[in-house]
Design a protein around this ligand. Structure first.
Ligand code: PEP
Ligand code: MN
Length: 360
């Protein structure tokens, strides 16, 4: 029986982004002990995007985690990014390790960790790589499997992007964890709504979405004083807020039948909803760019409508539609007529200095 399948759904991982002090770690653990938390998390080595940020307390944090385990009977997990991290985590009796998104993206590093784990029996969670690459995620998991690790869970924490939809920190890109599950039906997959959203107010909704998509667990960053957190302050919630979130979470059918049967109605609808959100965000972005072009045309004293340019757009789109996208020429032309018309309206309004709605 895998450690990750023990207890009831969702398998809940909670704890601070970073262990900051003994008091902070113990205070969080004391509060989380009262909730249905399966695993306490805290990073002690933090892979920060920019230098000069808080990079974790290092080895001393492992001693605090050991104290959590001894005092509160909560299994504890830490992120490892180097073989020496593995060695130290094992020395302090850490129960579960996780490989972070910035490590999963590097096969050399994953292999070094896998080699350090050869002959060790410990459950490991593998976060998705920062890039939307399902093969790379699967590859990292398989490097660990080949090293003999047989209790593995994937953690979906979203993908780095530019202009991510819905104001999230990362792009959820749901089809990727779903595809991973299709390829590896035995793998437990958890969702990390803290890193996907990057903001406290969106975590509950993202958690519900993950439950509706039959994810088996949640990893939620929890801090007794989130605003004062030394890393990821905006996305951490208090243990009390976590309790509220759990009370509101609606669990539909057990995951097993649905997800292994593949893409069922509910789940396809969820994927479709998330695609629709992306389409709207992209159309909005296109309109914004159109406005910027309008301003440039105005400054250059150019006409809004340039037939040659429109012909070129239609040509490019229909070539693409007929080729890789497999959409009909008529459909693409009618779709783009609507979009182009709206864009022209916007640019005319800019040129004439009138509100959009006055132009039909
Ligand atoms: C974390 O869990 O705090 C973390 C660094 O996550 P990720 O690897 O998903 O960025
Ligand atoms: Mn974090």
């Amino acid at each position: 029986m895998s450690f990750f399948r023990s207890g009831r759904r969702p398998f809940l991982i909670a704890g601070p982004c970073s262990a900051e002090s003994r008091e902070q770690v113990m205070e969080t653990a004391a509060a989380l002990q009262k909730l249905p938390v399966h695993l306490f998390r805290a990073g002690v080595w933090k892979p920060r995007t920019k230098p000069g940020s808080f990079e974790g307390v290092g080895e001393q944090g492992l001693a605090w985690l050991r104290e959590v385990k001894e005092t509160h009977w909560l299994p504890v997990a830490v992120e490892v990014a180097e073989p020496v991290h593995v060695e130290l985590a094992l020395k302090y009796g850490i129960d579960v390790l996780w490989v972070g998104a910035r490590t999963t993206v590097n096969p050399f590093q994953v292999q070094r960790i896998a080699d350090a784990l050869r002959g060790v029996h410990i459950p490991v969670m593998v976060k998705n790589p920062v890039t939307p690459d399902v093969d790379m995620w699967q590859g990292a998991i398989e490097r660990l499997e080949h090293a003999g690790i047989n209790q593995i869970a994937g953690v979906h924490r979203g993908f780095t992007g530019y202009n991510t939809p819905g104001g999230n920190r990362n792009h959820p890109n749901w089809p990727i964890p779903i595809e991973l599950k299709r390829r590896k039906p035995e793998l437990s997959i958890f969702c990390d709504p803290s890193h996907i959203t990057g903001r406290r107010d969106a975590i509950a909704e993202m958690s519900q979405r993950a439950m509706d998509l039959h994810f088996e667990g949640l990893m939620i960053e929890t801090h007794p004083h989130p605003d004062a957190a030394l890393s990821d302050a905006a996305q951490q919630i208090t243990p009390a807020a976590l309790e509220q979130l759990l009370k509101k979470l609606v669990l539909k059918n057990e995951y097993s039948a649905d997800m292994t049967n593949g893409m069922e109605l509910e789940y396809l609808r969820q994927v479709m909803d998330s695609l629709d959100t992306e389409i709207i965000d992209l159309v909005a972005r296109r309109m914004q760019i159109s406005g910027e072009i309008g301003a440039l045309k105005k400054a250059a004293n150019m006409t809004v409508y340039q037939p040659e340019r429109w012909r070129e757009i239609v040509e490019n789109l229909t070539t693409r539609a007929n080729g890789p996208s497999n959409l009909s020429r008529e459909f693409i032309i009618s779709l783009y007529e609507v979009i182009h018309h709206e864009s022209i309206k916007k640019q005319l309004a800019i040129l004439q200095g009138t509100p959009d709605q006055n132009i039909k």
